[in-house]
Design a protein around this ligand. Sequence first.
Ligand code: FAD
Length: 291
Amino acid sequence: MKISDILANGEVTISMEVFPPKTDASFATVEKAVDEIAALRPSFISCTYGAGGGTSEYTTRITRRIYDAGVTGMAHLTCISSNRQTIESQIGELKASGIENILALRGDIPKDSDFVPGDDGFLHADQLVRAIREIYPGACIGGACYPEKHPEAASKESDIKAIKSKVDAGCQFLTTQMFFDNSIYYNYLYRLRENGIYVPVVAGIMPVTSRVQMKRSIELSGCIIPPRFAAMVDMFGDDPVAMKQAGIIYASEQIIDLLANNIRHIHVYTMNKPDVAAGILRNLEGIFKPE
Ligand code: FAD
């Protein structure tokens, strides 16, 4: 099923993200985690893509596995280190595998390099969105957005203009970078709408279950840590059991507040942890009913 249809059917959706293995040796472990997450019946599951191609074939295989487990899948695809030919072949592979949902991303520019794309290379996600439209017209395409602005963007305004060009190119929904203060999302949504961007904006929620994960999340996203969140990590960060429980509850409370404010689409970054995903859904019992 197309994610655009799932998001349009009027129901609350709670979808989940998994990541592929890095090597064949860890494939079975990831498959097991994916099966357990699929058994929770989220609205759909997306599988990330290793920029630079390291795990690209695994993304297709894991996304196929999600479909085989009876849940709608979505494959992430990045374009930064690719040329037109590689992109054509990757999109062809997704099409041949029956994967109709693609999250079109640029990917991070390789560090310590003066990156310049080749003549038929890609510099921004809107180019990838156009390429998918041409090569695989039946695909449903999503894109990423950043409530606290993409770290490279010169200003919030220029970042929103870039989102608009992605949507104008054919991106049918957006998924946000993680945020830990919902007011940042509400404010962002208002600015998107003010700039004529009306596609669904799925709220990305990261349950942080360890101090290390919090550090990594901030480094990656540059997102603001509210005092309440920092106090939680200070108090429980050295106790793995307490920290996991506190992280699940914090994420659940964020989701309940979003739902209470009529935000209907949530994407949980599960980090391949079925127990964390299940803990959140348990806290939402009676509020969200999986399929
Ligand atoms: P773009 O939309 O191209 O934006 C990148 C920067 O360029 C922004 O600063 C933007 O303002 C600017 N820009 C965009 N378009 C234009 C334009 N036409 N002209 C001028 N400037 C422009 N990374 C992975 O490697 N694999 C994944 O699976 C993955 N999944 C993700 C999922 C989500 C929900 C999110 C939020 C991020 C994900 N990322 C993933 C990270 C993402 O690849 C990086 O954040 C990357 O730096 C930007 O990707 P983008 O698609 O947002 O790029």
